[in-house]
Design a protein around this ligand. Structure first.
Ligand code: BG6
Ligand code: MG
Length: 218
């Protein structure tokens, strides 16, 4: 393994944990289309800039933010029904997904890590992660997959990443997390991991390094 593969201070990295949506695959637009459709049904408009607040956030919390935006109130049962409806539309979009939705450098970087003997895990809030990995054909590039079906506390709680490190049999301090959302950067930090953010310091403060896509890692 090359010492400079990650260009990070603080010692050798032995494991890389990846967020899914916005890091490996461009699913944000499908989440957006499905939430927008729900908003339209509820009688308000949901704009792309409002969608920024939903990145990295769990499905239920996303619904609550959407309802806040439209000044809409729902009881528990209505929320469950609305979230399920949004998810059905989202899953319809996911069924059209193929390898072309992989973000630049994603497959190449995962393959390189495998070749260099760095362990890899997925650390995603999404309950749809298994379907997405299958559509993209990259499931085999991970040593462990921790997704929204296996965690009870949403980012910025570090649970998803700590479970990822544990599944790789690695200490958090030798792991690096790749994230595109503030909640995820905070979760990685809270878990004692280094973090490489896909984005800019003003929107994602606290990361150890900033890149614009995984292509920058090649
Ligand atoms: C995160 C996305 O990865 O997963 C969020 O950034 C999304 O936008 C969350 O709400 C939960 O995803 P899902 O697929 O379980 O609804
Ligand atoms: Mg993300």
């Amino acid at each position: 393994m090359k010492e400079d593969l990650f260009s990070l201070p603080g010692g050798k990295i032995q494991g890389a944990i990846f967020d899914l949506d916005g890091v490996l695959v461009d699913t944000a637009k499908y989440h957006y289309l499905a939430w927008k459709r729900l908003a339209r049904e509820l009688g308000f408009d949901f704009r792309e800039e409002d969608n920024e607040r939903l990145k990295g956030v769990s499905r239920m919390r996303s619904l609550e933010i959407l309802l806040e935006t439209g000044r809409c109130k729902m009881n528990g049962a209505e929320k469950t029904e609305a979230a399920a409806k949004k998810n059905n539309w989202y899953v319809e979009y996911l069924r059209t997904l193929d390898e072309s939705a992989l973000l630049p450098g994603a497959r190449e970087f995962l393959e390189r890590l495998k070749a260099e003997g760095i362990k890899t895990a997925l650390g995603s809030a999404s309950k749809n992660a298994p379907l997405i990995l299958e559509r993209l054909g990259i499931g085999g590039l991970f040593n462990a997959v921790i997704d929204g079906n296996r965690v009870s506390r949403a980012k910025p709680d570090p649970e998803v990443f700590l479970k990822g490190a544990e599944a790789l049999h690695l200490a958090p301090r030798v792991c690096v997390v790749f994230e595109d959302a503030l909640a995820g950067v905070e979760a990685a930090r809270a878990g004692g991991m280094r973090v490489i953010a896909l984005g800019k310091p003003d929107l994602l403060p606290g990361a150890d390094r900033y890149i614009s896509s995984l292509k920058d890692m090649l």
